[in-house]
Design a protein around this ligand. Sequence first.
Ligand code: ADP
Length: 450
Amino acid sequence: MDHYDVITIGAGGAAYPAAFKLKRSGRSVLMIDKKGVMSGNCLSEGCVPSKAIIENVHNYVKMKRFGDYSLDYEKLVYLKDHVQDIRYKQHAVELSEAGLSIKKGNARLVDDHTVSVDDGTGTVSYSADHIIIASGSDTFIPKFPGAELALTSSSFYSVSPKVRHLPKSITIIGGGYIGMETASFLSLLGTKVYVIEMLSKPLATMDPEPVDALMPLLPQCEYYMNSAVKSIERVADGYRVSFDHNGSMEHIDSEFVMLAAGRAPVIPEGTEELGIKYQKSGIIVNEGMQTNIRNIYATGDVNGITPLFHAAKRQSVVAANNILAGDILVDYFDPVSVPFTIFTVPQLSFVGILPEQAKRENIKFTTAEFSLDHDAMAQINGEMFGKIKLLVDSRMKIIGGYVIGNDAGNIINEIALAISKGLNIRDFAEMAHQHPMTFEELDSIGRQFY
Ligand code: ADP
């Protein structure tokens, strides 16, 4: 049996930063992935391809101010495929330059030092001093008749996706961020979009204040809240979704139905037998990403803490540092300073402690905000709406914030860094942010205090 210092189950964002670091530090590493390629679901059907579409729809919306442009959706899908292709090639080069390789197959935990891999032709076992479980997450498929008829994010975003033309109409089941991002760009392109959500409003699990400010700015969709889908069936020109809406049965017919009812962790076979503790949201880990078995770590979507690619990358490095320290915790993951962007048009980004949580937890805070209709770059882009809002504690330390509108997904990173490094509002006031960039409103807000 071949032996490695470290084996990773998965080769996505939760695995490869650790693999690269450990390899650079002289450790032998084997990555195992069902797909046999690096980058996981982010590149295959997640962040990269969805943004390849959404970002260009956003550009199209801005260009429409100057003329009667039309957008060829098939070409946009072709561009998306091309971006994925470039990045897969790039990752293959990075992998070989690092002296690493990926074993393609389905990994199973045999014991706390052994992993077996079924590659379709047979099973091979490998032993390792340390194992990093980085098996990610998958679309959650609810159990109702016809659920298999629905599209998922992969039908839009995987390479050569099933949907290559612009749908005339679509019913999206789930008003979370994946559902709302897809609803937003399709609606801007002219698709009739219905959103069915079990809870009382879209993005209901997020802090209500920024969500309530975002909703009126989003493109038109038809919303059905407090609604539980009962079935999907085929009809003449598409599909019929039947759902319980406030106690009465209703139906919507549309060309497509998309399931966006959340994602579930992918728990590798053998996890339970080995006694690794896990719950519905994922494998349980400590701040150093260690499971209840000292030499086994679980990073990224599989632990459910912050299921985002950038958080997975950071967790991966935390695990590597702790492995290098001999399973003594020397590095910790801080979930509070992880920024989150909903890539609707416009975007909503947030980080840290937000108003509802602060009130719930009795955290004393002051707020300051800047309305982006007064921001030069927002005016240049014709996006004179939205705002930046910061929460500061009684020592003027930045504890949270959100941005809606122009460049939100970029600006939030600076707020996140400020939270992570314990900066206060004066640090923003003293920074000469470039003009005209929407970031500059961070020092405008800072100057309200000094
Ligand atoms: P993360 O962002 O947490 O890395 P991803 O979902 O992007 O999560 O990546 C997880 C990767 O793990 C995917 O490429 C998937 O194919 C792979 N994977 C999941 N389960 C297994 C398994 N049992 N054996 C091998 N690879 C797996």
